[in-house]
Design a protein around this ligand. Structure first.
Ligand SMILES: NC(=O)c1ccc[n+]([C@@H]2O[C@H](COP(=O)([O-])OP(=O)(O)OC[C@H]3O[C@@H](n4cnc5c(N)ncnc54)[C@H](O)[C@@H]3O)[C@@H](O)[C@H]2O)c1
Length: 353
């Protein structure tokens, strides 16, 4: 099957994407790496790709061979670059967050419909054995009714991290730990337990001297009646992500691996009348899938080549941005906010103070 020619735009996290493509040589050919700071891209590519480094995004868009644009730029550039790439006839991978308002995601959905191009928002935490096993328990019917979930995103970020100019500001980062860091845990919550119906949020800036929040405590109700809590800080002494899901038939708990929670050591404990043997029998049948960014890229390839796929679609990015909007609205009003969000909601056009 024909390889996908992809261009990576932005050589920070773009390096991790590059490494993932290198692991899938039968699927991808990295045709260009574009960064205004060419030296940054040069520092990590192999010799075969050195000649493909450019700082000219328009030239990348003009290359008819490039099918896929992979946007790894600072958040404030995501909307514009995604829109330009689709209008140039390219499918687009875009790093989180896809946009800084539900209104802008809706504009991207309209451009996607008009151009026939697909946007693949990056949510690579979904890919890995633990999450696949939990999904298998849900699909088998053994998990049963969802009761509660607790999510911890306790990472450590200090002055070094915020020395990059766009970080920590509304203008550049567009939001704080809720938007930039806990977005993955909240995506996993909806991936496992379904859509959110309301959220009550407290946010605070307590760890670093920045404009945006770096701590949050959220109380979440899901459409199916289950409840969840999410605790977020960038002042953890280590980087720890932990997820716990209590269903009628099983309690699932992740390890503490911060950036690849789907791959860490999960435990799945049966709850009567479901037995541990029944749970273990389902778990044993789950193969280890390609994980993280590699798993994400496999699904993008499959989608682009018309194969059956579990790719993450733009509606799921919309859901994540809608949730962030509701969090900021609730934190400001000190009231719970219901979803789905209406177009006349105070944060539909954006949440900046
Ligand atoms: N999915 C994840 O787990 C994950 C992890 C880290 C970062 N991210 C996201 O990835 C994005 C990038 O983050 P980062 O940490 O790599 O940032 P970064 O600042 O380290 O890298 C961004 C790069 O983009 C380049 N750049 C800026 N403007 C450009 C332009 N107009 N044209 C070409 N290149 C340009 C910069 O020179 C820089 O090298 C952010 O949205 C961030 O939230 C996602």
């Amino acid at each position: 099957m024909k390889k996908v020619k992809v261009a990576i735009i932005g050589a920070g996290i773009g390096q991790k994407h590059y490494i993932a493509y290198q692991q899938l040589p039968e699927m991808y050919d990295v045709a260009a790496i574009c960064d205004v700071n060419r030296a940054r891209a040069q520092a990590f590519v192999d010799d075969a790709h050195l000649s493909r480094i450019t700082d000219d995004f328009d030239a990348v868009l003009a290359d008819p061979e490039v099918e896929l644009i992979d946007i790894c730029l600072p958040p404030h550039l995501h909307f514009d670059f995604t829109a330009r790439a689709m209008r140039a006839g390219k499918d687009v991978i875009c790093e989180k967050p896809l946009a800084n308002s539900v209104a802008d995601v809706d504009r991207l959905i309209a451009i996607s419909t008009e151009t026939g191009r697909t946007v693949f928002p990056v949510f690579q935490y979904r890919f890995g054995k633990g999450i696949s096993q939990l999904r298998a328990l849900i699909d088998s019917g053994l998990a049963g009714r969802p009761f509660v979930a607790s999510l911890e995103t306790h990472w450590n970020r200090g002055a070094d991290y915020y020395s990059v100019d766009w970080r920590g500001t509304w203008q550049g980062e567009q939001g704080g730990a809720v938007l930039g860091h806990a977005i993955h845990a909240h995506d996993l919550l909806t991936f496992i337990m379904g859509p959110v119906s309301s959220v009550f949020a407290r946010v605070a800036t307590r760890v670093n001297d920045i404009e945006v929040e770096d701590c949050a405590a959220l109380a979440i109700a899901l459409e199916n009646g289950a409840l969840a809590t999410s605790s977020v800080t960038l002042g953890g002494s280590t980087d720890t992500s932990r997820l716990r899901f209590c269903f009628a038939g099983v309690t699932a708990e992740s390890g503490s691996e911060p950036y690849r929670p789907a791959e860490g050591e999960w435990t799945f404990t049966a709850r009567a009348p479901v037995t541990q043997d029944q749970v273990d029998a389902v778990l044993a049948k789950v193969d280890t899938p390609p994980a993280g960014q590699v798993g994400f890229a496999v699904e993008v390839f499959r989608a682009m080549r018309g194969l059956e796929t579990a790719f993450v679609n733009i509606e799921e990015a919309r859901r994540s941005i809608e949730f962030v909007s509701a969090v900021y609205e609730s934190a400001k009003s000190e009231l719970p906010v219901s979803l789905p969000m209406q177009e006349n909601a105070p944060t539909y056009q954006g949440w900046w103070p």
